[in-house]
Design a binder for this molecule. Structure first.
Ligand SMILES: Cc1cc2nc3c(=O)[nH]c(=O)nc-3n(C[C@H](O)[C@H](O)[C@H](O)COP(=O)(O)O)c2cc1C
Length: 559
């Protein structure tokens, strides 16, 4: 069966033109930031959590009084989890709760004077959290007694029932293929646009990438595998999650389809167009409940975002296009014996670095190994080969001179990237095995801070990096919707770096605010062959002693 028609209203070339217009139009320049209100309108600040009212709610494990149905979580170290060394639990509501708690749940409540705000396991630009998650699963004890679609509400760690649908369709789709759950992610653009204006669409995609990685890693805690399903079009995701239902979103901000992942205790799962169609038909005939809550009473319309969202609408693609990643040898030198759940919950963004501490070369290289594609989670969750490479400002790595380095996550790009960069670079291989080149030796600190919107965190750590997307070629190969995937990949790389930093006793911070073309100038890049899409920094944090920290949920003790 053919996929749904590709982009209803715009030809591919028109859609691509919109993508380039949006991308260039939302760059930060030294003398001008991308368009936003320029101030924070506190009266319209979005509420931090969305809920669906008037529908049944299912509390999830781990929480007091929630039946664990004999579920006793396997203890897992971080390296065991990433290297797929955890025995699979059988599918159940408690294991789903365990997964969601450690992927998208609340990691802490912070307090300063009278202000109190939550943090989540997955990071988000400005802590605005545009990403919403939906779970689609068969009948399970502790959940509905029929296949259903649910919304995950992280504030209460509950699933809110959205739709009950036909058992036969679910069984035909997934019955004979191991135990499976679908997790769909959507974005509420308004959450980010409220603060960041037109650049917000990019941030929503970064955040989605972080969430994809968070789900992939948390799935390994229960011994399951997660993989993105390319066959699902945005329209199909919208139907499955019910975000296309006008009647459930009266006065509520609409959600934009993102992606869908199969999380399975058995073999990695694919989805044919026929199954997608059947499931969509089943939920359309299903019994729906719940109404989306409103986040703000007033809104500003950012039509540039609406335009790029339409231009990058994903028509779904044949799974035959899928490239599962080749394996780099990525095992940690040894199992670092770090409790995986504790590590996921302790991840934070650094607010400042001490500007002094160094990292040893071996630990630094190990971090870089783990962002290379291969068998280590989350990389097998992606269906495309790597499109993002790292231009690294090395500030404080022992036995490595300060300078500008390049980590190629796909060696095939070497000749093209070298030709695209300015001709004076050294291109000295740094290591026999790691695909890392030294381009220039100099004191990188001032320049790194400058290109990251003058943020000290980009200069005061061990290193900071610009993530270079293989832009033109990727959009030509996969079409305009892949603009989103490029940002997802940067978010996934970022999530790995966040966790590797924590594992090394350090801390990281994602940097969405950077000067785009000045970063390109550092490398001598012209045109759009490669574009810096996300910046990142790792170092030794300086804590803000004025903030107090409480547990994510009332039932958890403070660490
Ligand atoms: C896509 C993205 C962009 C970010 N950009 C910046 C930035 O430019 N500067 C900064 O200090 N923090 C930045 N952050 C960090 C967020 O502010 C942080 O994730 C958020 O406040 C939640 O805190 P947590 O990461 O400790 O959970 C960014 C995070 C993400 C995911």
């Amino acid at each position: 069966m053919p996929p749904e028609p590709i982009i209803a209203h715009e030809s591919r070339s028109k859609a691509l033109a919109t993508v380039y217009r949006y991308h260039d139009g939302t760059k930060h320049h030294f003398d001008q930031f991308a368009r936003s209100l320029g101030y924070l309108d506190w009266a319209s600040q979005p509420r931090p959590f969305r809920g669906f009212t008037d529908g049944p709610v299912f509390p999830l494990y781990p929480a007091p009084g929630v039946a664990a149905n004999k579920y006793a979580p396997h203890r897992a170290t971080f390296d065991q989890a990433c290297e797929c060394d955890v025995a699979a639990h059988s599918l159940g509501a408690a294991a789903i709760g365990d997964l969601l708690r450690h992927a998208l749940g609340l990691s802490a409540w912070k307090r300063f004077n009278t202000s109190r705000w939550s943090l989540r396991v997955n990071p988000s630009s400005g802590n605005l959290h545009p990403t919403e998650a939906y779970v689609i699963v068969g009948a399970l004890p502790g959940l509905a007694d029929r296949p259903a679609a649910y919304h995950y509400a992280p504030d209460r760690h509950v699933l809110e029932l959205r739709c009950l649908f036909d058992e036969g369709v679910w069984k035909r789709a997934f019955g004979g293929r191991g135990e499976s759950v679908l997790v769909a992610l959507t974005s509420i653009h308004w959450r980010e646009a409220w603060k960041y204006g037109e650049r917000a669409f990019r941030y929503c995609q970064h955040d989605l990438g972080h969430a994809i990685a968070a789900i992939s890693i948390a799935a390994r805690l229960v011994g399951w595998r997660a993989g993105l399903l390319p066959a699902w079009s945005h329209r199909a995701i919208a139907a499955l999650t019910g975000i296309d239902r006008d009647q459930d979103f009266i006065d509520a901000e609409r959600e934009e389809p993102g992606c869908i992942m199969a999380v399975t205790a058995g073999e990695p799962l694919d989805c044919a167009h026929e199954q997608v169609r059947e499931l969509v038909d089943a939920v359309r005939r299903g019994q729906w409940s719940g109404r989306a809550s409103q986040l703000s009473e007033d809104h500003v319309t950012w039509s540039f975002i609406d335009n790029v969202a339409r231009a990058t609408e994903d028509p779904g693609r044949s799974s035959a296009l899928a490239v599962r990643l080749g394996a780099h040898h990525q095992r940690a030198r040894h199992d670092r014996q770090i409790d995986a759940r504790a590590l996921l919950l302790q991840r934070r963004s650094a607010l400042a670095f001490d500007g002094q501490t160094t990292i040893d070369r071996v630990t630094f290289f190990e971090m870089l190994w783990h962002v290379l594609p291969g068998s280590r989670t989350p990389w097998p969750s992606l269906w495309w080969d790597p499109r993002v490479h790292l231009a690294i400002f090395v500030h404080r790595v022992e036995e490595l001179p300060r300078g500008l380095y390049l980590l190629l996550r796909d060696r095939h790009v070497f000749a093209r990237l070298r030709a695209a960069c300015q001709p004076d670079f050294l291109w000295e291989a740094v290591d026999d095995a790691l695909p890392l080149w030294c381009l220039a030796r100099f004191d990188t600190r001032t320049l790194a801070g400058r290109v990251s919107c003058n943020q000290d965190i980009a200069a005061d750590g061990f290193f900071s990096a610009g993530m270079l997307g293989d832009f033109d070629a990727s959009l030509q190969t996969f079409g305009p919707s892949f603009y989103r995937h490029l940002f997802w990949e940067t978010g996934i790389v970022g999530q790995v770096l966040y966790l590797e930093a924590e594992a090394a006793g350090a801390r990281a911070t994602g940097i969405g605010c950077f000067y785009d073309d000045p970063m390109h100038d550092v490398l001598g890049l012209r045109g759009h062959a490669f574009q810096s899409l996300y910046h990142f920094t790792v170092g030794r944090p300086v804590e803000d002693a004025r903030l107090t920290t409480g547990p994510g949920y009332a039932w958890e003790k403070t660490a």
